[in-house]
Write a protein that binds this ligand. Structure first.
Ligand SMILES: [Zn+2]
Length: 407
């Protein structure tokens, strides 16, 4: 399958047209945005090896917060190219909520503190010295069984209140090439959940048993090292007791020429990484799900991207957008209106440990009720992938042209 056929197929599936139907061609500027040519051609990255909004063409054109591709797709529907609606049961757009479990709680165990010290020692001398005061300060946070009441429990209870489910991304330890940026909990670590002592693995199984999608939060290095994602996925699946389909790379560390292929080879089916640490926005010009493209091998991959538009860190952190609650709501409202009008999928990432901050909790609650009022389908990443596959099959799409490849 060449690039043009791939793009036609993606557009045909977005529009809900049957196999073989005449399909409009995505304009080249939007095609280039979608398959991330700028990330392929420009080697520039931030201090953590990530592509940031400030490097992006749509940012320079003042279109970072505009789902330009979704708007083009909607215009094609209006011109008579519309087939089966993208979303089920008359919903005009989708809200998908996810949680990267980077930290379990504000408190850490002594073992976790030791792991953190060990991975920080692997940084350069400057970063080890810079991390010293933080490490000393964190010794005051050591608890034998840290409570999850203000973090994961809170996210779960908000979701139970709204009767919705989310995607929850967990990391595994030990990992082969841990970096100073990696997470420090292990699946066997103790914690206190709903008033009882338990382990991370048991709590993860509870999250899955309550209807949530449990996925892999791939370690920082797994974005570029062959086989790391497959190994981490295997460990997580053993602990969970069932297969994992969803993933997001920790630190949003994602390399266009490597990571999607590694994810597909690991058997992962849906990725939610394509967003920014420093801002809300549409990294690939779209909120729509789409299968990722392997430009090197000239083929689509069996991994569906659900682009990340909004995360707590991007909105609130000083040095990112640095907004207060009112300004954050204004940005999310603007993005939601654009996504809803164009029939896309708004992806919101909330880190459970950030829910201790009242403005993060308020934003999460507000976004959910606002999207429900606006007619959103609320689905986790695994549900979006299942829906995509079932709909593609109804449209006569030939699934076998998506493949995982060996590099
Ligand atoms: Zn993370």
């Amino acid at each position: 399958m060449n690039r043009q056929d791939y793009l036609r197929r993606v557009v045909r599936l977005w529009l809900g047209l049957p196999q073989g139907a005449i399909t409009p061609d995505l304009p080249e500027s939007l095609a280039s945005l979608l398959i991330r040519d700028e990330e392929r051609l420009n080697p520039h990255r931030d201090a953590w090896g990530c592509w940031e909004y400030a490097f992006s063409d749509n940012h320079h054109r003042g279109a970072l917060l505009v789902p330009e591709i979704d708007q083009w797709v909607q215009a094609q529907r209006r011109q008579g190219f519309g087939g089966e609606p993208l979303w089920p049961n008359g919903h005009r757009f989708t809200l998908t909520i996810s949680h990267d479990v980077d930290d379990l709680s504000r408190h850490i165990t002594a073992k976790q503190w030791a792991r953190q010290a060990a991975i920080r020692m692997r940084g350069d001398v400057k970063s080890v010295i810079a991390a010293l005061p933080v490490s000393l300060w964190q010794t005051r946070s050591i608890r034998p069984t840290p409570s999850l009441a203000d973090s994961l429990e809170k996210a779960l209870s908000i979701e139970a209140e709204f009767k919705i489910s989310a995607s929850w991304f967990f990391t595994v330890w030990p990992i082969d090439r841990s970096s100073p940026y990696d997470c420090i909990y292990a699946l066997g670590d103790p914690c206190r959940f709903r008033g009882h002592p338990t382990t991370v693995a048991a709590l993860m199984r509870t999250v899955a048993s309550e209807g949530h999608d449990v996925g892999l939060h791939g370690s920082y290095g797994s974005a570029v090292h062959d086989g790391a994602l497959a190994a981490e996925k295997h460990i997580l699946e053993m602990a969970l007791g069932k297969p994992i389909v969803s993933t997001r790379q920790h630190w949003l560390h994602w390399r266009v020429d490597k990571t999607p292929r590694l994810q597909a080879n690991a058997g992962l089916k849906v990725d939610g990484t394509l967003g920014f640490n420093g801002s809300a926005g549409f990294r690939a010009g779209t909120s729509l799900p789409y299968p990722l493209w392997d430009d090197e091998h000239g083929q689509p991959l069996d991994i569906l991207e659900v682009p990340l538009a909004v995360m707590d860190v991007g909105l609130f952190r000083l040095g990112a957008m640095g907004l207060d609650l009112a300004l954050a709501k204004r940005v999310v409202d603007q993005i939601t209106a654009r996504v809803a009008t164009a029939g896309g999928a708004l992806s919101l990432l909330i880190h459970p440990s950030h829910l201790v901050d009242p403005k993060v909790e308020a934003l999460m609650r507000w976004t959910i009720s606002h999207c429900i009022e606006q007619g959103a389908w609320i689905a986790n990443h695994a549900q979006i992938r299942r829906h995509w596959d079932e709909r593609a099959a109804r449209l006569g799409d030939k699934g076998e042209s998506f493949s995982a490849v060996r590099s």
